[in-house]
Design a protein around this ligand. Structure first.
Ligand code: C2E
Ligand code: CA
Ligand code: CA
Length: 820
């Protein structure tokens, strides 16, 4: 059992006994001390002399029995140091005084001096004695004294000698170092018998001495051809403390170069090579067993003296190695001390396995920690990538852009161009073909934009249908080329899922000088420029400049003001006539909004209409205009020629479901006959949810009013709505009129529209007629209804009524009068 296990067991037993005590149950029923056998233990030498210490250990084990274990009174005679007779007398006096009145059941003695002493003492007369450690024949000491038995110290060097000669075949000298005292005499006697029995031819030397220092000088001369047998116990100097056998062996071992042998188990490990070793422990155990028999009542005479004490066959691995002795040459059953740990050694194997287990566990934990770290890092990287990239196009996203611009990665020494691109009318694509088609378009656009990439360019999907291109420029003048590249990149139509599709985008560009990167400023400027570009359809790049900045500021101010202006009715109604080309009579009026800003003065309608859309008050503006126009139109209701009133409606109005209801209410409140009203809507109304637009238009027409398509030819190119009775009037956009006299293609377009409208039984109004040449040409092309400065600019609503009332037939001033 290993020492560790023994300790564990001991600890467990201790715990159990503590528990038992705590529970009030005595662990072992103890006999009262006075009833226990009383044993005097006499040791010849002193505490620390291992031979006797081990004998005592053997007694104290008491064969593992706890119940009835005797009380041991241990006394040390210390005769190695104090050998004189007067000392014995003093010791006897001490015992007599100490143990006066004490009864002993047994005396146990270790070694010759103690036995001799016990036999001589009056106070111990008649008490049985169990002895141990007597060399030679103990009967010579015991004499006729009865009641004595014990163990003779088995000093048997024959077997060790024979073994030593076999293990060192080359040996030439045998040196026996013995003490010049009574135990030395016995030893030498034994040796000469043994050597005689062996009949060895090797030279034999006896070093007989009283002190070690005497022989010290001769030790160094002992080489591997000699064997030194160091036996007994010696002081270094006269009167000094005697070295124990193991100290003696250690001393000579340190000073000689030959194998050292001895007879006591304690010397192996301290310098002795090994052999058949006398064991104090085994002697003590044997004595304890004999003592138990005596105390049990057996007469010592009946217990024979033991001459054959068990010998331990012990070797020191280090010494074996030192003198080249293989373990296989040792007798069977040899025990080797100090062997380096080996996995074949079961005790070591357990420790090794345990240790390996711990190391493996630690390694596993370490690997786990490392792996976890790696996993976390890669997961973090994956998460970061996911957070900074777009799933659809796999391009970096806005978060990535923010990171880049913030971390100053783009600021080193060159100018940075940032171009923001927003697809035009992408909503239409989504609404028309569905979102997955829209996704495909976006991917195709991203692929196309990838054509811009070179080593100094990065592409980012900024939001739904907007992208950002970042480029390092050597020279700010390169921006022009870059913008052209951007404009060209989308020029070619796309092929998406079998559809041929033109995609255009508005681009807003801005620059940042080296080390002037300000993310917010760059994005704001590019966005402003991009919105500017939005107004001019097609692939158009606007580079941010001071003017744009001013315009954006102005727009901002307008947006802030406008809701109030609408609420307070500050938007005025102007009328512009629509004239019957043949007769010159007024067929109707278009109501146009006018707004005079308190600080900015007259604001162009397209500008404030845009502001109204952006600021969300377009609905109020439209309905307010409708009501004001109807009210202003009241006098014209009486006019015999029955002109109509055209009112502009924005696309977002058409999408409000309650719009027809609101219109109906206004018409009723203002007593405006629906048949006199025309609502002008642009083709863009069909960019969104066509179904809804159709529904609203249908309900409006049910009210009895008419619908005109404004700016015809500039917007959405599907003309299916023309044939589905959704509209009544087409207003040809002024852009076709502007160059009509010189542009054959514009003439062809106008002629085609007029002819188509005739087929579909739609009326046509042509806008923007300014010159007699245009007027003449339009007449020839079959345009009947015309609108333009040639007939009159928009005027305050009432200004078209005849004040003199002369023309009672029409009640309207001739238009030509109004020309500026
Ligand atoms: P629009 O509906 O196409 O209106 C016609 C525009 O052409 C008017 O500009 C008119 O003054 C202008 N115009 C008429 N004849 C000529 C001509 O011979 N030459 C030129 N160069 N222009 C001519 P205006 O009043 O500045 O309005 C611009 C746009 O603002 C309108 O275009 C319309 O889209 C929008 N708008 C004006 N008032 C309203 C309104 O009350 N509601 C809505 N939703 N939009 C309005
Ligand atoms: Ca209009
Ligand atoms: Ca128009």
């Amino acid at each position: 059992m290993s020492a560790a296990w023994r300790y564990c067991l001991l600890a467990c037993l201790l715990c159990l006994s503590q528990l038992a005590q705590a529970a009030g149950v005595p662990a072992v029923r103890m006999q009262p001390a006075r009833d226990l056998p009383q044993v005097l233990v006499l040791m010849s030498y002193h505490y620390g002399y291992s031979w006797e210490d081990r004998i005592l250990e053997g007694f104290e084990e008491w064969g593992g029995i706890t119940a009835g274990r005797p009380v041991l009174h241990v006394e040390w005679m210390d005769t190695k140091r104090h050998r004189g007779l007067e000392q014995r007398a003093r010791f006897a006096a001490y015992l007599t005084e100490k143990y006066a009145g004490q009864h002993f059941d047994l005396v146990m003695t270790a070694d010759d001096n103690a036995l001799e002493f016990a036999l001589q003492q009056e106070m111990l007369a008649g008490i049985p004695i169990v002895f141990g450690g007597i060399n030679g024949d103990p009967r010579q000491i015991i004499g006729t004294r009865s009641g004595v038995t014990g163990v003779a110290e088995r000093f048997d060097l024959v077997r060790t000698l024979r073994l030593a000669l076999a293990l060192h075949p080359e040996v030439k000298r045998l040196v026996f170092m013995t003490t010049a005292d009574e135990s030395g005499v016995g030893t030498r006697q034994h040796l000469s018998d043994a050597l005689a029995r062996l009949g060895t031819g090797v030279q034999v030397e006896h070093w007989v001495t009283r002190r070690l220092a005497e022989v010290e000088g001769r030790l160094a001369a002992l080489g591997p051809d000699a064997l030194l047998f160091a036996l007994g116990s010696l002081p270094l100097e006269d009167g000094g403390r005697p070295f124990s056998p193991e100290e003696l062996v250690a001393y000579v071992h340190a000073r000689s170069n030959c194998p050292v042998y001895s007879d006591l188990d304690a010397t192996v490990g301290r310098g002795a090579l090994g052999g058949y070793m006398n064991s104090g422990l085994e002697n003590g155990r044997l004595m304890a067993r004999m003592a138990q028999h005596v105390l049990a009542g057996q007469r010592p005479e009946e217990i024979p003296i033991v001459y054959e004490t068990p010998l331990a066959l012990l070797f020191d691995y280090r010494e074996l190695r030192r003198f080249g002795i293989a373990e296989r040459d040792l007798p069977r059953g040899s025990q080797v001390l100090n062997r380096p740990p080996s996995i074949f050694d079961p005790e070591y194997r357990h420790a090794l396995l345990g240790f390996s287990g711990v190391i493996a566990l630690l390694l596993l934990v370490l690997a786990g920690v490392v792996l976890r770290g790696r996993l976390l890092a890669s997961r973090q990287a994956a998460l970061h990538h996911q957070a900074t990239h777009d799933d659809l196009t796999r391009l970096p996203n806005r978060a990535w852009l923010n990171e880049q611009l913030q971390q100053g990665k783009w600021g080193s020494g060159c100018t940075l161009a940032l171009v923001m691109m927003d697809l035009n009318r992408f909503q239409l694509i989504n609404d028309t073909y569905g979102h997955s088609f829209g996704d495909e378009v976006l991917t195709s656009v991203a692929d196309r934009l990838a054509g811009l990439l070179d080593g100094r360019t990065e592409l980012v999907r900024f939001s739904g249908d907007s992208f950002v291109v970042l480029r390092r420029l050597e020279d700010p003048l390169e921006l022009g080329d870059f913008c052209e590249q951007c404009e060209r990149i989308l020029a070619e139509p796309f092929q998406v899922s079998g559809h041929r599709l033109s995609v255009s985008a508005a681009f807003g560009a801005t620059l940042a000088g080296p080390d002037e990167i300000d993310r917010d400023r760059l994005l704001r400027e590019a966005d402003t420029a991009m919105h500017e570009a939005k107004r001019e359809r097609g692939n158009h790049v606007v580079v941010f400049d001071r003017d744009i900045h001013e315009r954006a500021l102005r727009q901002f101010r307008l947006e802030a003001w406008l809701p109030n202006a609408v609420a307070r009715g500050e938007i005025q109604v102007y009328f512009q006539p629509i004239v019957e080309a043949g007769s010159g009579g007024i067929a109707g009026f278009e109501a146009l909004a006018r707004w005079q800003h308190p600080e900015l003065g007259w604001v162009p309608p397209p500008e404030f209409i845009r502001a109204a859309i952006e600021s969300g008050c377009i609905r109020e503006l439209t309905l307010g205009m409708l009501r004001a126009a109807c009210r202003a139109f009241q006098p014209y209701l009486e006019v015999v020629s029955r002109p109509y009133l055209g009112v502009n409606v924005s696309v977002s109005d058409i999408y409000a479901e309650d719009f027809p209801g609101r219109v109906a209410a206004i018409l009723a409140e203002e007593r405006m006959p629906p048949e006199r009203l025309v609502l002008e809507v642009t083709e863009d109304m069909l960019l969104g949810d066509v179904g809804n637009a159709t529904l609203v238009l249908g309900r409006l027409r049910e009210l009895g009013l008419r619908i005109a398509i404004d700016d015809f030819g500039t917007g959405y190119s599907s003309m299916s709505y023309l044939s589905s009775f959704m509209v009544n009037i087409i207003k040809i956009d002024q852009s076709f009129v502007r160059n009509l006299t010189t542009s054959a293609s514009d003439q062809k377009i106008v002629r085609a529209i007029v002819s188509m409208a005739a087929d579909l039984e739609l009326s046509v109004v042509t806008e923007g007629v300014e010159t007699p040449g245009q007027l003449e040409l339009l007449r020839q092309l079959g345009c009947r209804l015309l609108q333009g400065y040639i007939y009159g600019r928009p005027q305050p609503a009432g200004s078209w009524l005849r004040e003199d009332g002369l023309n009672r037939e029409t009640g309207i001033r001739p238009c030509a009068d109004s020309r500026p």
